[in-house]
Design a binder for this molecule. Structure first.
Ligand code: SF4
Length: 387
């Protein structure tokens, strides 16, 4: 069954964190009202281009910092969506937020207008880690954000955590995980820090101001996280994502199932009807385009039909990220009319030789990463992407 989603990008932050290379901007919050208006214009324009009214299974407001929006602005966006799209009865509506930018009132308002899930960038409880990352919030902000979310009625709350931060010890990482699970949230996303070229953190690193990150320690942090989270009832359902029963993020799940999603807002990427779109990244350019929307994808700078062969590769790439469910040979054939084993004989043989994939399920018809494969996922994905 096809489940369609929408991703809405909110590219504003109070200040840029040292490691951030996302499409987000600080110091232009005065543009938020014009941006929200432009986003609503894009929602309407894109909806009108569809051959029939589309039902949305999930909505995800990501950033940036969506929680810099006022309750009225959230409402304006969600009402516009609801006017131009149908909402599935069990729709999931997630907003990312930064601790320190929410209040008990703002969360209650968001829940009242249909929000079902909050996702907070906790990153670490430790002030030294937060200082290295140049994060603005304090640990107390996370405590309040989670407490207020639960009080507001959000059953689903995610915390993002970062490991392999320079100078972070294994003990400190364990303590971070313990604190996160004790908050009673039902979802955790764990990311190893990558120091991207062009970021302030990269420049610090180049100047020798940061400790080296030991890859073995980083791998050990992840292995320990998996076992600690399992003890606390979390299942690793994707490379970086862990959920308690019922806590899986459906929006991301649909992405890994290669389902369609509209990507709206500055710099957003979408994938609908086999076409990938990439919107203008600059806020000013995006707003300008939306003053007179034109064409099927009025905010897109790039629109590309994904060739059939590439769709098969991408389907494997995203599908194998599902660490428990993996990919089904039957589903592949149903979607593409071809057999996995005939399309990817070399990649499969390589993964088998290196013990990175296993067959499982009835008649061993499905494939997923082995324990070793979960640690070396990128190597597996590259095999299927043909790189
Ligand atoms: S809050 Fe998130 S999006 Fe904003 S600067 Fe920091 S890492 Fe980037």
């Amino acid at each position: 069954m096809v489940e369609t989603s929408v991703y809405l990008h909110i590219p504003f932050c109070r200040r840029r964190c040292g490691y951030c290379d996302f499409n987000t901007f600080a110091g232009i919050s005065h543009m938020i009202p014009a941006y929200v208006k432009a986003l609503c214009t894009e929602i309407e324009a894109v909806a009108q281009q569809q051959s029939q009214r589309v039902e949305l299974a999930t909505v995800f407001l990501g950033g940036g910092t969506p929680s810099l929006l006022s309750s009225q602005q959230y409402q304006q966006i969600l009402e516009t969506l609801h006017t131009h799209f149908d909402f599935a009865s069990e729709i999931e509506i997630t907003s990312e937020a930064n601790p320190g930018t929410v209040t008990a009132e703002s969360l209650a308002a968001l829940h009242d207008m249909g929000g079902t899930r909050m996702s907070f960038g906790m990153q670490s409880p430790h002030p030294q880690d937060l200082a290295v990352l140049n994060r603005q919030h304090r640990f107390e902000d996370v405590v309040n954000a989670v407490k207020w979310s639960h009080q507001a009625g959000f059953k689903h709350v995610n915390l993002d955590l970062i490991f392999a931060i320079p100078a972070q010890t294994l003990e400190r990482w364990r303590a971070a995980l313990e604190m996160a699970v004790n908050f009673g949230v039902d979802h955790l996303s764990l990311y190893g820090l990558t120091i991207e070229e062009g970021t302030p953190l990269y420049r610090q690193y180049q100047r020798g101001l940061l400790d080296d990150i030991d890859e073995e320690v980083a791998a050990q942090m992840f292995v320990e996280a998996r076992s600690l989270l399992a003890q606390h009832g979390f299942t690793q359902y994707e490379i970086s994502n862990f959920a308690r029963a019922g806590g899986m993020c459906r929006h991301n799940w649909n992405t890994w199932n290669y389902q369609p999603y509209f990507g709206l807002g500055a710099g957003a990427h979408g994938f609908v009807n086999g076409v990938r779109t990439r919107n203008a990244a600059s806020v000013a350019a995006y707003i300008q385009r939306m003053r007179a929307p034109q064409g099927e994808w009025p905010a897109a700078e790039e629109v590309a039909a994904i060739p059939f062969e590439e769709q098969m590769r991408e389907w494997m790439f995203v599908g194998l990220r599902k660490t428990e469910a993996g990919v089904s040979r039957h589903d592949f054939t149903e979607r593409f009319g071809r057999k996995i084993d005939e399309v990817f004989p070399e990649a499969l043989a390589w993964c088998e030789r290196n013990e990175l994939l296993e067959e499982f399920g009835p008649e061993r018809e499905s494939l997923r990463l082995t324990d070793r494969g979960r640690l070396l996922g990128n190597q597996v994905f590259m095999q299927f992407l043909g790189e």
